[in-house]
Design a protein around this ligand. Structure first.
Ligand SMILES: Cc1ncc(COP(=O)(O)O)c(C=O)c1O
Length: 399
């Protein structure tokens, strides 16, 4: 069987069920006293808005280059949203930020895109000068640090999306750095069916090496598990018309929905087991090593029509994927489809345009939305797999 290179890390099925040797993860943010756990990071952000005491009618400043889902919690609480510029290197435009923050702004959200830190010290100083809360969006930046400090320790609050970096079926973290904030934090167990379904979906896309019968059997078993869960999902959709039980919810943590009823959901037991049993240093090292291999290749080959938003990997960064920019519009969609045909998952990153953003004012954000593309670096990828991605990519570039 040909190898399959999935877009997300995936654990062995047993690891979702088995108790880990060490019940508590020592790595930040999991070890932090003031970390709270959610179904995903958008719900961590919603509770963080509550923790900060932001109110209906307050104005928050958000980056024009965004996923879109991080805007929803602010709108849910009736906050007004304004935007600031991000340049083509995915950096906050400090001049634009300084200008916009002069308005009556209650909080600023800053995103460490793809794990690469923003100029946090300067941004924090700007917030302090204007009495504005800083919200660090570390959805892409789990395990990352900057100038020796963990990302997530600069803001008044920070949020992390665990499911983007680790092989968990759900998981978001809110870190509240300011001890003065008090709010009622609830934590309900999320739907078990939702967690089991997502595990099946992860396994279906699991990265598998080139192999014989054993790999084919493993792949077949995961396919059958997913099909079984899909059938169960249809029954549950019907059953939900009769019983509105939370245990039967079909909610996915990675959809484009924001649902009020999911704000109090915590992280599942399966995710807790994976978090506790993961060697975070190895995760970070593998992701960095894989990123480094791509970077060396792109800097040596310099393929035409491609620019790199990051030409180095600063110390402390735990990359989400390896980003590149196709100068020609539409090219990334073609490459994504062709790589998929060859068993390789890539990321045409963020093609959705949230209607709250006045896009005409932010051409760089629009450019990024249309041109940015990513190659996988996650911890399941061995060196030979990175070489395969590069061989297939180089082959596509020539045709
Ligand atoms: C920058 C950013 N913030 C927040 C989120 C929300 O994360 P989650 O899917 O864990 O709710 C995303 C999701 O893609 C994101 O990209």
């Amino acid at each position: 069987m040909e190898p399959r290179i999935g877009g997300r890390p995936t654990a062995h099925i047993i690891e979702y069920l088995r108790k880990p040797q060490h019940p508590k993860q020592q790595h930040y943010p999991f070890s932090c006293q003031r970390s709270f756990f959610y179904f995903s990071s958008r719900y961590a952000l919603a509770d963080g808005i509550r923790a900060l005491g932001l109110r209906r009618g307050d104005t928050v400043l958000l980056p024009a280059y965004n996923c879109g889902i991080e805007i929803e919690p602010f709108h849910y609480f009736g906050l007004r949203t304004e935007f600031y510029q991000i340049d083509k290197e995915l950096k906050v435009s400090l001049p634009d930020l300084r200008e916009k923050i002069k308005g009556n702004i209650a909080a600023l959200l800053v995103t460490h895109y793809l794990g690469f830190p923003q100029d946090t010290e300067q941004i924090k100083a700007i917030c302090n000068d204007h009495g504005v809360f800083l919200i660090e969006d570390c959805a892409h930046a789990l395990l990352g640090s900057h100038n020796g400090a963990d990302l997530g320790t600069y803001g008044d609050i920070a949020v992390f999306s665990v499911l983007k970096t680790l092989p968990v079926p759900n998981g978001g973290v809110l870190v509240v750095n300011n001890n003065n904030f008090r709010w009622a934090h609830q934590q309900l167990e999320p739907s078990r069916f939702s967690s089991a379904f997502y595990v099946a979906d992860l396994l279906r896309q699991k990265t598998l090496p080139r192999g014989g019968l054993n790999v084919a059997l493993e792949s077949g078993a995961y396919g059958a598990f997913y099909q079984g869960m899909n059938i169960a999902k249809r029954f549950i959709a019907a059953a939900r018309k009769i019983s509105n039980s939370r245990g039967l919810s079909l909610a996915r943590p990675d959809s484009y929905d924001f649902r009020e009823d999911l704000i109090p959901w915590g992280t599942s037991k399966a995710s807790e087991r994976i978090i506790a049993g993961t060697d975070m240093s190895r995760v970070k090292k593998t992701r960095r090593d894989n990123f480094g291999k791509y970077l060396a290749w792109f800097l040596a080959e310099r393929p035409a029509g491609i620019t790199l938003p990051f030409t180095e990997l600063p110390e402390g960064v735990c990359p989400l994927f390896f980003p590149l920019i196709f100068e020609e519009e539409g090219k990334r969609e073609i490459v994504h489809a062709r790589m998929k045909e060859r068993g390789i998952t890539t990321y045409p990153w963020w093609d959705r345009f949230h209607p709250a953003v006045p896009w005409d004012e932010y051409p760089d954000a629009v450019y990024l939305k249309k041109h940015l593309f990513g190659l996988p670096v996650h911890q399941d990828l061995e060196p030979a797999m990175i070489e395969r991605v590069l061989t297939e990519f180089a082959d596509l570039m020539q045709h």
